[in-house]
Design a protein. Structure first.
Length: 290
């Protein structure tokens, strides 16, 4: 194989050379159409080809034959597959053996009642998709050993959910930071808090255009307003954890009601265990503010 031909299969060639099987590149390349090696490969056809061309495998694979060559290749190829390289993860074909390109993975805390959350870090040069880079850009941080990296959170569901990483929740933020003193600090702090209230307002009255073009209105309840679920992301507060959120189509002119299961009792109103109006979560927010 010429240098030009090798340049069309750099990952394949690198793996085979690492195995001591660089001379087999033509025979592997004949049956591999995906240069990223992310697709499932037909190893039976590759094995048949190797048996036709070579008397036997290299010495270290003698015991297992050409089957051992393909097994070792399959184990090694996952380190080269871009498992997390696009923003729309539903378009990615991620298999169990994929090696995620992260250099740090830690549990954030055990406050959540519905799922576990982990904090991930990935080097910025391992994220090639521009849309994905733009979504993670705010979290870019320098590291003396790994260079610039992005950080995000992953919440365990089926499938898992990637989230922005919040350095503090509101409770931790108030405990760790000095209170605002200057006018500008007061204004910036409360503007950020009011953004949470604006988010609640949009949940309480969600407008959505139906397939027929008519506007539909849904009454919504977050269902779990508490300090732990207001996160500091960058320099703003954001409402998080919609695990108990519920929406109901508003079919009358008056306020709607719904029974909520789960959620947080500590900041709930007295009628927490009964059906209540969608405006009540505002009382929870007022309790936090005071």
């Amino acid at each position: 194989m010429s240098i030009d031909e090798i340049s069309h299969h750099p990952i394949l060639f690198a793996i085979l050379v690492q195995m001591g099987c660089g001379h087999m590149i033509l025979d592997f390349a004949k049956f591999i159409k995906d240069d990223s090696l992310a697709e499932t490969l037909n190893y039976d056809r590759i094995i048949d080809r190797l048996k036709e061309v070579f008397i036997g495998p290299p010495e270290k694979y003698k015991k297992g034959g050409f089957e051992a060559v393909t097994r070792d290749f399959d184990n090694r190829r996952w380190a080269f597959c871009p498992a997390m390289n696009i923003l729309q993860m539903t378009e990615a074909h991620i298999e169990e053996n994929h090696i995620l390109p992260v250099f740090s993975s830690k549990a954030i805390n055990e406050k959540g009642g519905t799922a576990n959350v982990r904090h991930f870090k990935t080097q910025d040069d391992l994220v090639g998709d521009f849309g994905f880079k733009a979504a993670l850009k705010r979290s870019e941080t320098p590291d003396p050993d790994f260079g610039n990296y992005y950080e995000f959170a992953v919440k365990t569901f089926d499938p898992d959910i990637m989230l922005e990483f919040g350095e503090f929740d509101l409770d931790e933020y108030l405990a760790a930071k000095y209170p605002p003193v200057l006018n500008g600090e007061f204004i910036a702090f409360w503007k950020s808090i009011f953004q949470v209230a604006e988010t609640l307002q949009r949940i309480h009255e969600l407008k959505s255009e139906g397939a027929d073009g008519n506007m539909q209105i849904f009454s919504g309840w977050h269902g779990d307003i508490k300090l732990d679920n207001i996160l500091r992301v960058g320099n703003v507060f954001k409402l998080a954890d919609f695990g108990f959120t519920k929406f109901k189509k508003n079919e009358n002119s008056g306020p709607d009601a719904a029974h909520m299961l789960g959620g947080t009792l500590a900041y709930g109103s007295p009628e927490r265990d009964k059906a209540y109006r969608e405006k009540k979560p505002t009382l929870h927010l007022q309790t936090i503010d005071t």
